[in-house]
Design a binder for this molecule. Structure first.
Ligand code: FES
Length: 151
């Protein structure tokens, strides 16, 4: 397939052959977020063992960039400790994909945010209190929500 203008080879590879697609009936954590910029949706399911993400699946009603970033974030997070996975930012995901066109950067919010929501859901189910400071280190949003177009 011809290289799409503005998309890296890695983005195209993950779009054409996404990893970890699907759902999980027995997930330990489930995150679902919507993108206020475009209205698209993302769900991530995680299985946790020994405080690490043992398995992960995603399902998105989003664009090609959402598919590619979700596939990449699932590969990045698999096997990672929960506290490390909480620090994955949208920029980390975009960098791992060798960049996204600026107009598509908002698409990477879905993947990182849904992952963080899935981890918080797991912690809530375990009875652990999830405080605001558990937001990823690179998150600079001043607003009281996770899906800000300006961050
Ligand atoms: S345009 Fe909605 S996630 Fe990309």
């Amino acid at each position: 397939m011809a290289q799409q203008i503005g998309y890296s080879k890695k983005v195209m590879e993950h779009f054409m052959n996404p990893k970890n697609v699907g759902t999980m009936d027995d997930a330990d954590g489930h995150g679902k977020v919507g993108n206020p910029v475009c209205g698209d949706l993302m769900e991530i399911f995680i299985k946790v063992k020994d405080d690490k993400i043992e398995d992960i699946r995603f399902q998105t009603f989003g664009c090609g960039s959402a598919i590619a970033t979700s596939s990449m974030v699932s590969e990045m997070a698999k096997g990672m400790r929960l506290d490390e996975a909480m620090r994955i930012t949208r920029n980390d995901v975009a960098n791992e994909l060798d960049g996204l066109p600026p107009v598509k950067m908002h698409c990477s919010n879905l993947a990182a945010d849904a992952l963080h929501e899935a981890i918080k859901d797991y912690k809530r189910k375990k009875g652990e209190i999830v405080e605001e400071e558990e937001k990823p280190a690179g998150h600079t949003c001043e607003h009281n929500h996770n899906h800000c177009d300006t961050c």
